[in-house]
Design a protein around this ligand. Structure first.
Ligand code: GDP
Ligand code: IMO
Ligand code: MG
Length: 431
């Protein structure tokens, strides 16, 4: 791939796990900086190199390229214990990142209390199938102006009192539903965990501004996806951050003009983990085929992912919302071997009219009828195919129909988890 001239955002267009990690890994060889801007260790981004896979949760997926500087922006929430485990796993593979890592001093820290609240809430009737990592309560505490930021951990004054206040609020919520560590123990752990990271904590907003002004290339890695966005997703079955384009600016502090291009990422079908509406969901043997062929089990929690046809109404909505310039279409090979492949082109509302926009309410979304077109499967596998002309004609037809329905050009098609498995569409480039 040629040297990039643009700052590029990679954003999920469905309900997560589209293959953002693969694309970020692939592209970050050409970028000076790789930047995470929201989410926490609810994310699981799998990168496969020479058949060996590694799951990254909080470390940007540019980590495997030693020249790539890694930035964790202020919109991210960090579990420091898990962060160290991740650094250890990278070290086991000979990858050291501490000398090329900047953690925003404004990023909030996930405390054990938040995990307890998450699990307590998930045991009740408001269950939405979270990852149980404490993500929602961390962002709640941030909005309540009670949270702890990485920068706060550099100064011990008043920390115990602030942690004690969070402890007290947690007890008020969950009663004695779960044991909670004492504030003193939480503080001690945080102080241990922060020590090796002290030199990596700093002003990420200023760093990114200067890097932009110096002309250094920036690759932004979204976590979760547009349909899980707290404002624009299938609320309340969403995560607690803005995973669509707006979150990039609040989560880094960069102005919109620092970004040159948005690449949306979608699978050639759809998956969802956790509860909530999923209009194109399948059950039975086709869903099982996709789940097994695509290894559709959560990277973070191991839960089986719900599987369904590609939903162009969802992806079109997400492309519009993010201003996507192009789409990376992943996992086409997973559809190899199917006789017939469905494509949801839109929805009809309860009044029988075709909807022109994604309904804001999940009640309305659940009461739609899908407009679905079936395409012939392809006789030869697409696994590992590296050029458009080598794709079976049926696969080309399916991809062209997707492109038309989502009103955005497909730039890259992925045909396997490894770096080399995939193709650029004729005349298109990712950067
Ligand atoms: P992310 O959260 O968006 O980064 O996606 P995940 O890593 O959670 O899930 C995507 C999974 O699909 C990972 O296991 C990838 O290794 C794998 N993957 C990515 N692209 C392809 C592809 O084109 N074909 C196949 N078969 N697997 C892929
Ligand atoms: P990546 O970055 C898929 C889902 C959870 C749940 C909802 C809320 O790998 O694409 P949370 O723990 O965030 O409060 O859970 O969001 N979810 C994801 N689904 N991929 C992810 O991340 C997800 N992160 C959260 O399953 O439905
Ligand atoms: Mg994932």
């Amino acid at each position: 791939m040629s040297k990039p001239i643009e700052n590029l955002a990679i954003l999920g267009l469905q309900w997560g796990d589209e293959g953002k990690g693969k694309l970020v890994d692939l592209l970050s060889a050409n970028f000076r900086n790789a930047v995470r801007f929201q989410g926490g260790n609810n994310a699981g981004h799998t990168v496969v190199v020479n058949g060996e896979s590694i799951a990254l949760h909080q470390v940007p997926s540019g980590a495997l390229h030693p020249e790539c500087f890694l930035v964790v922006g202020s919109g991210v929430v960090l579990n420091l214990e898990v962060f160290h485990q991740e650094l250890e796993r990278l070290r086991d593979r000979g990858v050291e990142v501490l000398d090329r890592l900047l953690l925003s001093d404004k990023a909030h820290v996930i405390l054990p209390y938040y995990i307890a609240i998450d699990n307590w809430r998930e045991s009740g009737s408001n269950r939405i199938g979270t990852t149980g990592r404490g993500i929602g309560p961390t962002y709640e505490t941030k909005a309540a102006r009670l949270g702890l930021r990485l920068g706060d951990l550099k100064r011990p004054d008043g920390l115990l009192e602030r942690i004690s206040n969070i402890y007290t609020e947690t007890r008020l919520k969950i009663g004695d539903a779960a044991p909670l560590p004492a504030p003193e123990a939480v503080l001690k752990d945080l102080q241990e965990q922060i020590k090796p990271l002290l030199k990596c904590i700093g002003n990420a907003q200023e760093y990114l501004y200067d890097a932009w002004k110096r002309g250094e290339s920036l690759l932004f890695e979204g976590a979760q996806a547009t349909m899980l966005d707290i404002d624009h997703g299938t609320y309340p079955f969403v995560t607690s951050s803005n995973c669509s384009i707006g979150g990039l600016f609040t989560g880094t502090g960069l102005p919109p003009k620092a970004l040159n291009k948005v690449l949306g990422v979608a699978k050639a079908y759809t998956t969802r983990v956790g509860a909530g509406p999923f209009p194109s969901e399948l059950s039975g043997p086709v869903a099982e085929h996709i789940r097994q062929a695509g290894h559709e089990f959560g990277t973070t929690t191991g839960r089986p992912r719900r599987c369904g046809w590609f939903d162009a109404a969802v992806v079109r909505h997400s492309c519009r919302l993010n201003g996507a310039d192009g789409v990376g279409l992943m996992k086409l090979d997973v559809l190899d071997g199917l006789d017939s492949i469905g494509l949801v082109k839109g929805y009809r509302g309860a009044d029988g009219n075709t909807l022109t926009a994604m309904p804001s309410s999940i009640h309305d979304l659940e009461n739609t009828e899908q407009i679905i077109e079936y395409f012939d499967g392809w006789p030869e596998p697409t696994k590992g195919v590296k050029s458009w002309n080598a794709l079976p004609a049926q696969a080309q037809r399916y991809l062209k129909a997707i492109e038309e329905a989502v009103e955005t050009p497909i730039e890259y098609v992925s045909t396997g988890p490894n770096r080399g498995e995939g193709l650029l569409l004729p005349g298109r480039s990712l950067t």
